[in-house]
Design a protein around this ligand. Structure first.
Ligand SMILES: *Cc1c(COP(=O)(O)O)cnc(C)c1O
Length: 435
């Protein structure tokens, strides 16, 4: 037994060496990994729970071969689409769901859900700080054609307290007769606040409904799906929205978004997605149903790998003295790991490592560039099977202090781990770190 393990160890090191990883980095990675054993076991249990939750829903709604058939044109009576939406509603514990390739991305899903449920004269409230960057133009925080603001929907925002908690007093004051919908973002995205747990979101929803029972509570669930055993639908959210090229697509969905929630809220979103009257009745699926089902089936395991990779990165860089959010002892509420490098050269090395580890475009060298909509240059690393899919191993960092990299994804833990090892090797060779 020991002999076999020793032989595997030797072969592993030789293989890693042939991929440019020194023994020093291998040993360091192994040491870090061993220290995370108990946390990893916890993630395994969460994934087991979520795997069974998804499987039970697929069995309950009788997913069959027929569900993988394709539709074209209007897409009336798309059986697979209808079953998939029932499965999503079951998994997210909501009355209904819209899961469509017609939804181009997460921002589009959020935009449809907002525009479908807000009318002229209504007010949108963000009770937990600023929403995701791309929603600024949707809402009209930054002026844009077709924004909610142009349609006469007003906007109000309540900042978090300095310790990252909800400012209940200010929220109470911000709720008025016009307040129709509250939007809460689960993941920190590219901010420095901590991500919210589903339980915390539940407390906020309870408070909002106490102030105003008919307020619609919508959660931007991007990057949060399957990290916990409960989802926002379990704690009273009326709308739960996300992207299929992140967690719930399991790396297989080639496009799409979902909107789960009450029947009324989802129907209204559907009337905005297509048009009034047609709603969810139309929308051919063009053959993507199989990858939506299969991706959802794999998603709990894929998310587990990504969460393990994020924790591994957190512990690696904390040991080397860098600032990490979240820290390795903290609870995880999404798949994102931030590392502050405090040095542009180190940030670039890190991204080069992630890119060099990719299964696709590994030979490409990422460079900082002037990305539209950002006030500094940005460096990105991604070598994905699905373009832009951030459930796949990826990293990006704005080229300004604190020179932080936001690292996420990895379809397998082993791959995420290798990405970090590659980054370590490049940094070590450039004398930017010491092991
Ligand atoms: C990614 C993301 C979005 C937007 O999704 P896109 O698919 O990039 O449009 C919105 N909110 C959060 C928190 C996200 O992480």
């Amino acid at each position: 037994m020991n002999d076999t393990a020793d032989i595997l160890d030797l072969k592993m090191k030789a293989l890693y060496q042939s991929m440019g990883i020194s023994e020093k980095v291998c040993d360091f990675a192994l040491d870090v990994e061993r220290s995370l054993k108990d946390r990893f076991a916890g993630f395994d249990r969460i994934a087991e729970y979520n795997q069974m939750k998804v499987l039970r829903a697929m069995q309950k709604y009788r997913v069959s071969e027929e569900c993988f058939n394709t539709t074209t044109g209007y897409g009336y009576n798309d059986h697979g689409r209808e079953v998939l939406e029932q499965v999503y509603a079951d998994v997210f514990h909501t009355e209904a769901a819209l899961v469509r390739p017609l939804i181009a991305c997460g921002t589009h899903a959020l935009s449809i859900a907002l525009a479908g449920n807000l009318l002229p004269g209504d007010e949108l409230l963000c009770p937990a700080g600023k929403p995701y960057d791309t929603l600024e133009e949707v809402i009209g925080i930054r002026d844009s054609r077709g924004s909610l603001k142009e349609y006469g929907v007003t906007y109000r925002q309540v900042e978090l307290l300095s310790d990252g908690s909800f400012d209940y007093e200010a929220i109470r004051k911000a709720i008025g007769p016009k307040t129709k919908l509250a939007e809460i973002q689960r993941s920190k995205g590219y901010q420095t606040r901590p991500s919210f747990s589903v339980k915390q979101i539940g407390e906020l929803i309870r408070f909002l409904k106490e102030q105003k029972p008919d307020i619609i509570c919508m959660v931007d669930n991007c990057y949060g799906e399957f990290v916990d055993i409960i989802e926002p639908g379990d704690v009273g959210a009326d709308l739960v929205v996300g992207s299929l090229i992140k967690n719930p697509g399991g790396g297989l969905a080639p496009i799409g978004g979902y909107i789960a929630g009450t029947k009324e809220c989802v129907d209204r979103a559907a009337f905005r997605m297509t048009c009034p009257g047609l709603g969810s009745e139309v929308g051919a699926t063009l053959g993507v149903n199989r990858s939506f089902f299969q991706g959802l089936f794999l998603a709990p395991m894929v998310v587990k790998g990504a969460v393990k990779g994020a924790l591994f990165a957190s512990e690696v860089f904390a040991r080397l003295g860098f600032g990490v959010v979240p820290e390795s002892k903290e609870e995880r509420n999404d798949i994102i790991q931030a590392v502050s490098f405090e040095d542009p050269k180190k940030l670039i090395s890190f991204c080069k490592g992630i890119q060099a580890a990719a299964p696709v475009d590994s030979y490409v060298d990422p460079e900082p560039w002037d990305m539209p909509g950002y006030d500094s240059q940005v460096i990105m690393a991604a070598g994905a099977f699905i373009s832009g899919a951030s459930i796949e191993l990826s990293a990006d960092g704005p080229m300004k202090p604190p020179y932080a990299a936001y690292f996420q994804g990895g379809l397998t833990y082993e791959h995420a781990r290798f990405g970090i090892m590659k980054a370590l090797q490049i940094m070590l060779d450039a004398h930017q770190i010491e092991l």
